[in-house]
Design a protein around this ligand. Structure first.
Ligand SMILES: NC(=O)c1ccc[n+]([C@@H]2O[C@H](COP(=O)([O-])OP(=O)(O)OC[C@H]3O[C@@H](n4cnc5c(N)ncnc54)[C@H](OP(=O)(O)O)[C@@H]3O)[C@@H](O)[C@H]2O)c1
Length: 291
């Protein structure tokens, strides 16, 4: 049985500890910087809590550093300086943006390092416990540590794929586009309906079946075939009405509409639902006013 130490008692660290414990991993301790959070989490796990990570990492086989990204390297270095790492240990962080290489101080002590990034978004611990199972995880780092990464993912009920270190920024950008830009675009749509007098809740309720339908279509047909609407039809008069309404109500978002319009027109062309003339007219319309 693997002994696991978790440094960073936040959403992901706590959820991982609870899920792994439920699968028989021994959680030998949890470390953090807020005494109250650490003690509460340690109590929940029935393990020891500490403000000095090296105290628990030195007795572990598998160490998670689940602090905010900007602190991973610094915390890792501190543990190394406190002699908290040893040969053969596997040290993991769960950042999508950082490579496993930021765990360099652990490697210097003979440990293997790995990044195990869940392709998911977690607002709190309970949501993370619910959503980690079934998520895809990107594994990147030392070849020797990959079997442990696979074991972790299997234990929490996820699926994995391997990632080359040089691809990590592109990979993370893909995740940010899918998750963060989706939020931004829906924020915009909800604001438009609020401007028509709906409450936020009414706007979300009204848009939700449409959003859900689009997501289902993407999943079933792929994004190109899922594209419907005026751009897919090459309906220039409707697009002009949209731009007129934007000018009246949200002039600040005109450029955003046009930039997204340009991208969407390329999808329509790929779909083959518009001819070259319709495509070129739309490109002309959307490029107007964009430098
Ligand atoms: N949340 C997500 O949606 C998500 C998704 C995928 C991957 N991840 C990755 O998961 C990792 C953890 O993210 P999270 O969302 O769980 O963050 P989080 O909820 O903010 O938790 C981070 C924890 O680290 C603790 N911490 C801060 N400084 C520390 C230090 N010097 N020593 C020990 N502990 C320290 C924090 O304590 P305080 O509360 O006292 O500051 C907090 O409990 C990150 O690498 C992130 O990129 C997150």
């Amino acid at each position: 049985m693997k002994k696991v130490a978790v440094v960073g008692a936040g959403k992901v660290g706590t959820a991982m500890a609870l899920l792994l414990q439920a699968k028989g991993f021994e959680i030998c301790g949890i470390a953090g910087r807020n005494p109250t959070t650490v003690q509460e989490t340690a109590k929940r796990l029935g393990t020891c809590g500490t403000l000095v990570p090296a105290q628990i990492t030195k007795i572990a086989d598998l160490i998670f550093i689940t602090t905010p990204d900007r602190l991973i390297e610094e915390v890792c270095l501190q543990i190394r300086q406190d002699n908290g790492f040893g040969p053969g240990q596997v040290v993991v962080h769960m950042s999508g943006a950082m490579p496993a290489g930021v765990l360099g101080p652990a490697k210097e002590a003979g440990a293997y390092v790995l990044s195990v990034h869940p392709l998911q978004s977690f607002a709190d611990v309970e949501q993370a416990i619910r959503n980690l199972p079934g998520s895809f995880f990107a594994l990147e780092g030392d070849r020797e540590a990959l079997p442990v990464g696979m074991e972790i993912v299997k234990a929490v009920g996820g699926e994995y794929f391997l990632l080359e270190t040089k691809h990590k920024p592109m990979y993370h950008m893909g995740a940010a586009v899918a998750s963060n830009f989706l939020v931004a675009v829906l924020h915009w749509a909800i604001k438009i309906y609020q401007q028509l007098g709906m409450t936020q809740k009414e706007a979300i309720n009204a848009l939700w079946p449409l959003v859900n339908g689009s997501l289902k279509n993407i999943s079933a047909l792929g994004p190109v075939q899922a594209l419907t609407g005026p751009i897919a039809r090459g309906d220039l008069s409707t697009l002009k009405k949209h731009l007129q309404a934007l000018g009246d109500y949200q002039p600040e978002n005109e450029v955003l509409y046009k930039v997204l319009g340009l991208y969407t027109a390329r999808i329509a062309k790929e779909k083959g639902s518009i001819d070259d003339t319709a495509y070129n007219r739309m490109i002309q319309l959307f490029k107007g006013g964009i430098n």
